[in-house]
Design a protein around this ligand. Structure first.
Ligand code: OSB
Ligand code: MG
Length: 368
């Protein structure tokens, strides 16, 4: 295929409630949807998981557009290529995994629409439905009551796993409260790098809550710190932000800095690398699960397909569309008895609904 045109749709979607993490609070999801057209007139869609500000990682929306336009599409446009060649072609460009992953996804979608294959089948899916977990933010009002009410809503909805966002000052007490109220629910916590090695003793207090894992407790570059924590903590250490490639995932497992991996395609440069990390972890018996970046239905469709691979043995942050949005940009992803059906139509299996795309679009930019 030849990439002939790429349009970036900037969208802003109101969230059903604020989403607060240790690195900030969002009231609106501001994201970028890519519409890629091939020389044959096939259209593919992708979603860029960067945010308006570089607070989860170094990438941010404005920079991602510039990188796509000036450094990635200059290498990809107008040449005959298949999606599988994209990681290699983009390899000389350092970093910028979210920008790379968004373009790769749009090309995969176009390629699979042309061949009539679903994304799940293309990746090697072994399941038709997946269990859903949910990520619960730190309450914007710092109230334990707000947290308990929110978790109650998710428990009633049937979520199979609860993840609590934590930070210094919001950790032991809320985790204990949720654990006491729901003694059996699979429970995990995510600190988004908010602690340091000096907090190791404190973090060990979380061991009493029988957690599935603790996600990214320390600064992403503090690999030794994670190893020191993992050596002492009974709760398995899982890495998110620190995992940026197949090679470093392999190294960190070998090194003992993590026992479980959160796989997010955007963070590692795309779904092909995400699958490679899955394959490596699966071969080694390392559990993985599918992370989320508050995606619209487009990115959610891709995540659900990825999460249907056999090594995804823990429920992911693959919640229903209504966890974040009253109106999704695609057909909404719904959950039944805690499970979500993996799309089977060609490509991602969903496309933006024109009326909703128009409603949420704040700007469009032609980058090729
Ligand atoms: O660290 O997992 C994270 C959302 C935005 C940025 C980082 C993270 C998250 C989540 C997942 O916790 C939210 C979701 O998409 O369900
Ligand atoms: Mg995380």
């Amino acid at each position: 295929m030849k990439i002939a045109k790429v349009v970036v749709h900037h969208v802003a979607m109101p969230l059903v409630r604020p989403f607060r993490t240790s690195f900030g609070v969002d009231y609106t999801k501001e994201t970028m949807l890519l519409e890629l057209t091939t020389a044959d007139g096939v259209v593919g869609w992708g979603e860029c998981v960067a945010a308006p500000e570089p607070t989860y990682s170094h990438e941010f929306n404005a920079a991602a557009v510039l990188v796509m336009r000036d450094h990635l599409l200059t290498r990809l446009a107008g040449v005959e290529l298949s999606a599988e060649e994209v990681p290699g072609i983009l390899e000389p460009v350092r970093g910028n995994p979210m920008a790379k992953g968004a373009l790769e996804l749009a090309l995969i979608d176009a390629q699979l629409r042309a061949s009539g294959q679903s994304f799940a089948s293309y990746l090697g899916s072994t399941r038709t439905e997946i269990p859903c977990g949910v990520s619960v933010g730190i309450p914007a009002d710092d109230s334990l009551e707000t947290l308990m009410n929110e978790v109650s809503v998710y428990m009633d909805a049937g979520y199979k796993r609860i993840k609590l966002k934590i930070e210094p000052g919001w950790d032991i007490v809320p985790t204990r409260m949720v654990r006491e109220r729901w003694p059996l629910v699979p429970l995990q916590v995510d600190a988004n790098q908010a602690y340091s090695r000096a907090d190791i003793e404190h973090l060990l207090e979380l061991d009493e809550f029988d957690l599935l894992l603790i996600e990214q407790p320390l600064y992403e570059d503090d690999l030794l710190g994670h190893k020191l924590l993992a050596d002492r903590m009974v709760t398995p250490v899982c890495l998110d932000e620190s995992i940026i490639s197949l090679e470093n995932a392999d190294s960190l497992i070998e090194f003992g800095a993590c026992e479980i991996i959160n796989i997010k395609a955007g963070r590692v440069g795309g779904y092909l690398t995400a699958k490679a990390i899955h394959d490596m972890a699966f071969a080694r018996g390392i559990p993985v699960w599918c992370g989320g970046m508050v995606e619209t239905g487009l990115g959610r469709a891709a995540n659900v397909a990825l999460a249907s691979l056999p090594g995804f043995v823990l429920p992911g942050d693959t919640s229903a569309s209504d966890r974040f949005f009253t109106t999704d940009i695609t057909e909404p992803f719904v959950m039944n008895d805690g499970m979500m059906t993996v799309p089977t139509s060609p490509g991602l299996g969903v496309t933006p609904i024109p009326e909703f795309l128009e409603k949420f679009t704040t700007a469009t930019e032609i980058v090729l």
